[in-house]
Design a protein around this ligand. Structure first.
Ligand code: SF4
Length: 485
């Protein structure tokens, strides 16, 4: 699978909802810390980026469409002075990809301003909209506290705003227990930084320490890049707030951990720690298990760079087949706003991956990739490797077949677009033109992460959604019976 947000191929990879970052550090250049934190989280969202910085009196927000490095420059960052900041990089899974849906959101409250950044997708937005409408109707809430954009994040902002009479912490304790789905929230008023994680802890959120401050971020890699020390994960169902009195914490819901299994497969950076385990180490182990479950008679194991690399290393180790780099990725083909011409578009996958003919020619290859969503990328890849002289191409996938869509913030495809439902592995193998195809089992993948299956969301593989999904979507897919698993 190629990188999230790549847009030259006919099949973009699964896209994460967002990366969130927050820092409370008087005396530090919080705008620059946030910039580099977001830079480390760029893989989680590439459509827009933004930050809100407070100097204790006033919150300033700067956001725009594009990559972190395109949105901010030295002059912009120098103009954002303060002691706390909230940052965000976005890929839209609800709401359009427009400036008004870029984050952090900002809105007035009864006690000041509020900036908010969100990673994840809520599943009960209809219910929340009804709640908000009722609250507005029964009170003298100003019109400005209504929704001003189309995302579920705007809905959370509006709810926090209408309940802000006794301050933002009180509002959070009233609103957070009623949110269903996946949410890692980082938000602030002028003086205090808040962070909250859904009771299932579906996506990661961690707390770090600077010498003179605190940091929260989607992944530990963002702490590393700014020299912060990991303290712990923000617990599922926990609200923390940081101000001059230091770090404080309370629970708004009982924890019922269901961490996203796909973070281990593809979403998180390999240098990130999840549940105390380095993602790279988990992926190498996944590759070892894959080799045991799906052996191949071959001369060389190559990864689809870069997400397939750790599992290819593990596959090579366990199988005894040499590891090699047979494909070069152009790391600089990220998201772009320049539309490729038809001629360029036809090159498709070659814009991102180029085979090294001398390595591949005459070889029986095992190609390790992280997932198959629609199958278009793998079809193009197999064809390209054969054209480069591969004698055989055996595709090995470090996740089970993706059978169901995600409702918690990862945009795969609709069920109708997925290749796995309705086709056997042999049929998919023929469809992509490989000599053989093997997927790791769900049990093998789960065991390789070191986390109990009871503490994971695996819904895109088995259809057992840990948080009920919207009724109309469940009905369409015949999923009612799966609730509560
Ligand atoms: S459905 Fe899949 S991608 Fe979505 S949260 Fe669950 S494991 Fe992750």
């Amino acid at each position: 699978m190629l990188s999230p947000g790549d847009d030259f191929s006919d099949e973009p990879g699964p896209r994460d909802a967002c990366g969130v970052f927050g820092v409370w550090a008087p005396g530090e250049d919080v705008a620059k810390l946030t910039y580099f934190g977001l830079y480390a989280l760029q893989h989680r969202g590439q459509e827009s980026a933004g930050m809100a910085v407070s100097n204790g009196e006033r919150i300033m927000v700067f956001k725009d469409m594009g990559l972190v490095s395109q949105v901010f420059n030295e002059a912009t960052l120098n103009s954002l002075k303060g002691h706390l900041a909230v940052g965000h990089c976005r890929y839209s899974t609800t709401g359009a990809s427009t400036w008004s849906n870029a984050q952090p959101t900002f809105r007035g409250t009864e006690t000041g301003g509020m900036a908010l950044a969100h990673n994840g997708n809520l599943t009960n937005t209809d219910e929340l909209e009804t709640w908000l409408a009722g609250k507005i109707a029964e009170s003298d809430v100003p019109r400005k506290n209504r929704m001003d954009s189309t995302s579920d994040t705007a809905l959370v902002s509006a709810l926090l705003s209408v309940y802000s009479g006794d301050g933002l912490r009180s509002a959070a304790m009233q609103v957070l227990p009623r949110l269903d789905g996946a949410f890692c929230l980082v938000f602030s008023n002028e003086k205090t930084l808040f962070a909250a994680r859904d009771p299932q802890g579906i996506h990661p959120l961690v707390l770090g320490r600077l010498e003179h401050g605190w940091v929260v971020a989607s992944e530990t890699a963002a702490l590393d890049i700014i020299g912060a020390t990991l303290i712990r994960e923000v617990e599922p169902g926990e609200l923390i707030w940081i101000d001059e009195a230091g770090l404080n914490s309370t629970r708004f819901a009982e924890a019922d951990p269901k961490g996203c299994l796909f973070e281990y497969v593809y979403l998180a950076r390999p240098d990130t720690l999840i549940s105390g385990r380095r993602v790279h180490a988990a992926r190498v182990e996944i590759g070892r298990t894959l080799a045991l479950e799906c052996p191949a008679d071959a001369d060389l194991v190559i990864p689809t760079p870069e997400s397939g690399t750790p599992s290819a290393i593990g596959y090579a180790e366990a199988s005894g087949i040499p590891f090699g780099l047979g494909l070069v990725k152009n790391s600089y083909v990220g998201r772009t706003f320049i539309q490729p011409s038809q001629t360029i578009r036809q090159l498709g996958i070659r814009l991102k991956l180029n085979p090294i003919r001398d390595v591949i020619e005459g070889k029986r290859l095992v190609v390790v990739d992280d997932s198959i969503v629609r199958g278009n990328t793998q079809r193009a890849l197999v064809k390209m490797l054969r054209e480069a002289g591969a004698a055989e191409v055996h595709v090995r996938i470090s996740s089970p077949p993706v059978q169901w869509p995600c409702f918690y913030g990862i945009d795969f495809a609709t069920r109708a677009e997925l290749i796995a439902p309705g086709l056997s592995t042999d049929e998919i193998c023929r469809s992509i033109g490989a000599d053989s195809l093997g997927y790791i089992s769900l049990e093998g993948l789960t065991a390789s992460t070191g986390v109990s299956g009871r503490r994971l969301c695996r819904a895109c593989f088995d259809g057992n959604y840990p948080v009920p999904i919207p009724a109309d979507r469940a009905e369409q897919m015949g999923l009612e019976q799966k609730f509560g698993c």
